[in-house]
Design a protein around this ligand. Structure first.
Ligand code: KIV
Ligand code: ZN
Length: 534
């Protein structure tokens, strides 16, 4: 491999670094659904997890390797500390993938060496070299990251990179682990590496960055101008703290401004060819899927995928757009797959029409999933005359959500109004199959429902986020409820969609409680998990 590639490699770490943000924890089936969608989106590499972190992580990497890591599919990658046991677990989990990569890392900044690793530079250099060689004994595709590279001494960084490339690293990744650098500084780091690491032409330079100062995307674009050719990013920019560089922002910046970036990649300025392999029309759908399954809402003003990203409120802007879209729009909403919300199906539509439209929208459901989704579709169609693509997407995302099916909502009934005390009755089926009913009074109908549910489930928790969004306009719209709750130091999310927002609220809450309940049952202590994560 050489850095002279004339396109940008997209390395998606939604399922590894993205999943590390509080409450975003996904189960194995949800990770698989996202991985399949990432493959449809066209990412080059999926970092599927950190195989050594837990048996669940191992299984997720292995399953994704088997099902998504096909001949024409993306490279599947597992993270591994520069420790033999981590590398062995990664290699084992990745075995089913046709194209696999081990991504191993160790910190190189003095502050990490002194306080976290308690090791000298010489020791770190030797470990990095030895562990890259060890990873190389399992597979040819090996990535090495000097963690906290952006705050590392450049001379030491050059030395580590030279030695790890010589040991077999085919990609060297430069992380701004704490989101501290500015664009010109980050660009200069990449330039320094190209000028000072003698064997740098034998590896791809990658960048990884967090968004603590809101600069991750800008830093990456500057890195591209200076020779970086792989970008590590996440859908919706989710990730540790303020998140990672956002995939959709990077891809669309490189697409919309390709004439600006072309010369940096050795292309003629006027070339219209895409700079990445991403199918941009899959961006919106992928964003919605990740948001629904992780419970991480997308802020309305988020670039590219926020609800307002293509809305024009000001009269002057509206006037301009009506006369010529280009007056105030730099890209067409259709480019990211935000279609015109077609009304496609209704109450009389049959299973075939339903299946066909879902296929056209890129959903591949198993027969069981299709049957479940079709039942939901019929229920919705009974209440709502026209079913749009966005409704279909909400129904399917809701059905494929894999919150453990422990408690099940059987009945929700509320009584409320201006002269009534909001009262709710709920019946839940317990994991043992028993039906339990309870009732409660609350400050409003949702509060009453949650209090009644708490009386049945009886796991103390604190509700930290509750949000209702309508999928489409209109009084009969499907409402999507996303909630996050905290138990001790851990956050759990739940999501549900229904034309009745009280029912959706109950379902979303029970989904989150089921995740909490299942974590308690497997005794997976939050501290143990986060100690393994990086
Ligand atoms: O932020 C970071 O430094 C990381 C490394 C493991 C690449 O996530
Ligand atoms: Zn990171």
């Amino acid at each position: 491999m050489t850095n002279k590639t004339d396109r940008i490699i997209i390395f998606d770490t939604t399922l590894r670094d993205g999943e590390q943000c509080p409450g975003a924890t996904l189960n194995i089936d949800e990770k698989l659904v996202i991985a399949k969608q990432l493959a449809r989106l066209g990412v080059d590499i999926i970092e599927a997890g950190f195989a050594f972190a837990s048996p669940g992580d191992f299984e997720a990497v292995s399953k994704i390797a088997k099902i998504v890591g096909t001949e024409n599919g993306p490279v599947i990658c597992s993270l591994a500390r520069a420790i033999k046991a981590d590398i062995e677990a990664a290699a084992e989990a990745l075995k089913p993938a046709v194209n696999a990569r081990i991504h191993t890392f160790i910190s190189t900044s003095d502050i990490h060496l002194e306080y976290q690793l308690r090791k000298s530079r010489a020791e770190v250099l030797a470990i990095a070299e030895e562990m890259v060689a060890y990873a190389k004994s399992f597979m040819t595709d090996v990535e090495f990251s000097p963690m906290d590279a952006a705050r590392s001494d450049p001379e030491f960084l050059y030395q580590v990179l030279e030695r790890t490339i010589a040991a077999g690293a085919t990609t060297v990744n430069i992380p701004d682990t704490v989101g501290y650098t500015t664009p010109s500084e980050f660009g200069a780091i990449i330039k320094g590496i190209i000028e000072n690491v003698p064997n740098i032409n034998q590896a791809i330079i990658s960048v990884h960055g967090h968004n603590d100062l809101g600069l991750a995307v800008a830093n990456f674009l500057e890195a591209v101008k200076n020779g970086a050719r792989q970008l590590e990013c996440t859908i919706n920019g989710i990730g540790e703290r303020a998140g990672n560089a956002s995939l959709e922002e990077l891809v669309m910046a490189l697409h919309v401004r390709r004439q600006y970036f072309n010369p940096y990649l050795g292309r003629p300025e006027e070339s219209q060819e895409s700079l990445t392999n991403i199918d941009t029309r899959q961006i919106y759908k992928t964003s919605r899927l990740v948001s629904n399954l992780t419970g991480m809402l997308v802020q309305p003003n988020k670039a590219i995928v926020g609800a307002n990203a293509f809305a024009h409120e000001s009269g002057i802007h509206q006037d301009g757009v009506l006369k010529n879209k280009l007056t105030y729009e730099i890209m067409d909403a259709q480019l990211i797959g935000l279609t015109d919300n077609q009304i496609v199906l209704g109450k009389h539509s049959g299973r075939n029409a339903f299946r066909t439209r879902l296929k056209e929208l890129g959903f591949e459901l198993s027969d069981t999933e299709l049957n479940k989704a079709f039942v939901r579709f019929k229920e919705v169609a009974d209440k709502k005359k026209d079913i749009s693509d966005w409704d279909l997407e909400a129904i399917v995302n809701d059905e494929i959500q894999q919150a453990p099916d422990l408690f099940r909502v059987e009945l929700v009934q509320v009584s409320c109004g201006s002269n009534a005390r909001p009262t709710a009755t709920v019946t839940l089926r317990t994991p043992e199959g028993e039906e339990l009913t309870d009732a409660a009074i609350g400050t409003g109908p949702v509060d009453a429902v949650y209090k009644a549910i708490n009386r049945v489930v009886n796991v103390p928790n604190e509700l930290i986020e509750f949000s209702v969004q309508s999928v489409t306009a209109g009084i009969d719209a499907i409402g999507e409820v996303t909630i996050r709750l905290r138990y001790e130091s851990k956050v759990f999310s739940g999501h549900a969609a229904n034309t009745d927002i009280i029912v959706a609220s109950a379902q979303a809450y029970v989904n989150a409680l089921n995740r909490l309940y299942s974590a308690l049952q497997t005794q997976e202590k939050p501290e143990e998990v986060s100690a393994q994560k990086v």
